[in-house]
Design a protein around this ligand. Structure first.
Ligand code: ADP
Length: 248
């Protein structure tokens, strides 16, 4: 990643292009159960990112020979819609989307009791409606809520956020401009209650000390994201409870 020095990412007061301080994350909004026809679903806004995740399953595996006798298979499909970026994106799956589907699946897998559902598949579809840096972290946040909304047995939720680098300064939750012109991007996913990292990637150069610092920098925001995920799930079930009470 090469830095374009003409793009100013930090001003003299240490503020970023969107006015945030280095350790500030973008506004986060989560809604659970937004789709009637999926078994579970969630909508997430992280800054300008808009993401929807839908879960089907556990259900019968097709093709059948892919079924595993001792556990469910988890399938994830990450897709960017053609209008999600400034220049129309082809609807054909790109290499990046295929890779991100795998990365997201690996970040979610440790949280799911797959052995509770032998011979089935759990399918997670993620659509990016609008992208502005950090779509994989927003996707993981949405997919974890959608899985819980589908009633899938889970050890924990999975929350995710990226740490970027501008010069020597570590910045939380980089946006698209910072991703494009900054010096590094390190997405981190964690099971917040268990405190276990399920994904860590790095684009750019990070020293071992910077990796340590990045991990401690995400600890508070991961907790905050987890609280928002739980709040979204609770509020869905609270509204169902109200509907049932009112109809009685
Ligand atoms: P992430 O979205 O997880 O940060 P990347 O680092 O690969 O993943 O992408 C960073 C950002 O680059 C995306 O969030 C999006 O804003 C932008 N981007 C990715 N793919 C495209 C594309 N095909 N066209 C335009 N912008 C894109």
């Amino acid at each position: 990643m090469t830095r374009n020095k003409n793009v100013k990412l930090l001003d003299e007061n240490g503020r970023r292009s969107d006015g945030r301080l280095p350790d500030e994350m973008r506004p986060l909004k989560i809604e659970a159960g937004v789709l009637r026809n999926a078994d579970g679903s969630a909508y997430v806004e992280l800054g300008n990112n808009k993401v929807i995740a839908a879960v089907y399953g556990p259900r019968e595996v097709t093709p059948r020979h892919e079924a595993l006798s001792d556990r469910a298979i988890l399938r994830c499909k990450y897709s960017m819609l053609p209008f999600s970026v400034a220049e129309r994106k082809s609807p054909q799956p790109s290499r990046r989307e295929i890779e991100l589907s795998k990365v997201i699946r690996e970040a979610l897998t440790p949280a799911i009791f797959l052995n509770e559902y032998p011979r089935t598949t759990i399918d997670v579809f993620i659509n990016i409606l609008e992208a502005d840096g950090g779509t994989r972290t927003a996707s993981i946040i949405a997919a974890a809520v959608a899985l819980a909304d589908a009633g899938i047995a889970m050890r924990d939720l999975v929350a995710a956020i990226a740490v970027g680098k501008i010069g020597d300064i570590l910045v939380l939750d980089i946006n698209g401009l910072e991703d494009q012109h900054g010096d590094g991007d390190m997405p981190i996913a964690m099971m917040p209650k268990l405190g276990e990292v399920t994904l860590i990637q790095a684009d750019g150069v990070f020293t071992p000390e910077e990796i340590e610092r990045a991990l401690s920098m995400v600890s508070k925001p991961i907790k905050r994201i987890y609280e928002e995920q739980v709040k979204a799930l609770k509020s869905k079930y609270e509204s169902i409870r109200q509907e049932v009470t009112e109809s009685e």
